[in-house]
Design a protein around this ligand. Structure first.
Ligand code: IPM
Ligand code: MG
Length: 359
């Protein structure tokens, strides 16, 4: 198969982790006889520096026209004082919206080899951690009006949170469908004791539940959910939630699995063209030092093969190679523990490639 992939290296550790994921994709292409063509796309701080815009329109066009997009990370202290519309993160939000990828899938699964890297007690980890957060990605407070103005002589900041029932229903369906393919348990997370948008969220989820009698729906307030994730994560199968709650809970969920550096994500909309990115940020403090963990990005590339290119065997091969790398006792600095062998970003990738086999 021939696939055209738009590649956004971005800022901080972005370029080095994306480089490793491309090396893995090249090896997959060689083993399975595919051709992956890469088109570089500038987005984030580097695009601000080069083009004066975090996502120039022609860059978005390249992404929309590709078969899928692989992204490293964007942002850094250098651009912190920019106005909101000119921040690197704004490029990412415009990319997600421009691609129409409303459904962000963030798995929180513990690798057995990394059970002792979890900050949770062994008795909790032993019950198992394997759930998915389905996060609404192109609505809510991220996309409402943002302004700072003088009201009654006081500087006042305003961010607007809006959801309509169609936006809620389409992400709700993804939640139910995802649960249907797994443990058939869906937990809808909101703040319906305070927010109107959450009350509508809850109502739409219950309306949808009638179409999915085989899935058990539960509701949970977001503050309680944050607590339950550390108290007993084994209770969750699929969590569906709005944009900002999903952002926060997915960082928490990744941490209990040992390292945010290991977690991939997929974002999909109405077409097969998806956006694939690790869930961690650009970590400017360790950029260029060859110490970043590239596994989140490598696994994001595997998700691209599985969900956008219909290449499940190739995706399995990458996941198995990552598992074999961990079995052999290699660890990047973020998950290093006693008795293991510490490796850098490039060497981690080489070891994974070394373990890649055609299924
Ligand atoms: C994430 C990130 C982004 C988000 C930032 C960089 C805008 O935290 O993908 O989780 O909040 O969506
Ligand atoms: Mg986040």
């Amino acid at each position: 198969m021939i696939k055209n992939i738009a590649v956004i290296r971005g800022d901080g550790i972005g370029p080095e982790i994306v480089e490793q994921a491309l090396r893995v994709l090249d090896k997959i292409a060689e083993l399975y006889g595919h051709t992956f063509n890469y088109t570089d796309v500038d987005m984030g701080g580097c695009a601000i520096d080069k083009w004066g815009d975090p996502l120039p329109p022609e860059m978005l066009k390249k992404c929309v026209e590709s078969d899928s997009v692989l992204l490293g990370a964007v942002g850094g202290n250098k651009w912190n004082d920019m106005p909101g519309y000119m921040r690197p993160e704004k490029g990412l939000l415009r990319l997600r919206a421009g691609m129409g990828v409303y459904s962000n899938n963030r798995p929180a699964k513990i690798w057995p080899q990394l059970a002792n890297a979890s900050p949770l007690k062994k008795s909790i980890v032993d019950k198992g951690i394997d759930f998915i957060i389905v996060r609404e990605l192109i609505g809510g407070i991220y996309f409402g009006e943002h302004k700072t103005e003088d009201i009654d002589g006081k500087t006042t900041a305003i961010d607007v949170l809006t959801y309509n029932e169609e936006e809620i229903e389409r992400i709700g369906r993804i939640g139910f469908e995802t649960a249907r393919k797994r443990g058939r348990k869906l937990c809808s997370v909101e703040k319906s004791n305070v927010l109107d948008s959450s009350r509508l969220w809850k109502k739409v989820m219950h309306r949808l539940a009638e179409e999915y009698p085989d899935v058990q729906l539960s509701d949970m307030l977001v503050d309680n959910c944050a607590m339950q994730i550390v108290k007993d994560p084994s209770q969750f199968d699929v969590v569906v939630t709005e944009n900002m709650f999903g952002d926060i809970l997915s960082d928490e969920a990744s941490m209990i699995t040992g390292s945010i550096g290991m977690i991939p994500s997929s974002s999909l909309g109405a077409t097969a063209c998806g956006l694939y990115e690790p869930i961690h940020g650009s970590a400017p403090d360790i950029a260029g030092k060859d110490v970043a963990n590239p596994v989140g990005t490598i696994l994001s590339a595997a998700m691209m093969l599985r969900f956008s290119f219909d290449m499940p065997k190739e995706a399995d091969a990458i996941e198995k190679a990552v598992s074999a790398y961990l079995d052999a006792g290699y660890r990047t600095a973020d998950i290093m523990s006693e008795g293991m062998t510490e490796v850098g970003c490039r060497q981690c990738c080489e070891l994974i490639i070394h373990n890649l086999r055609k299924e």
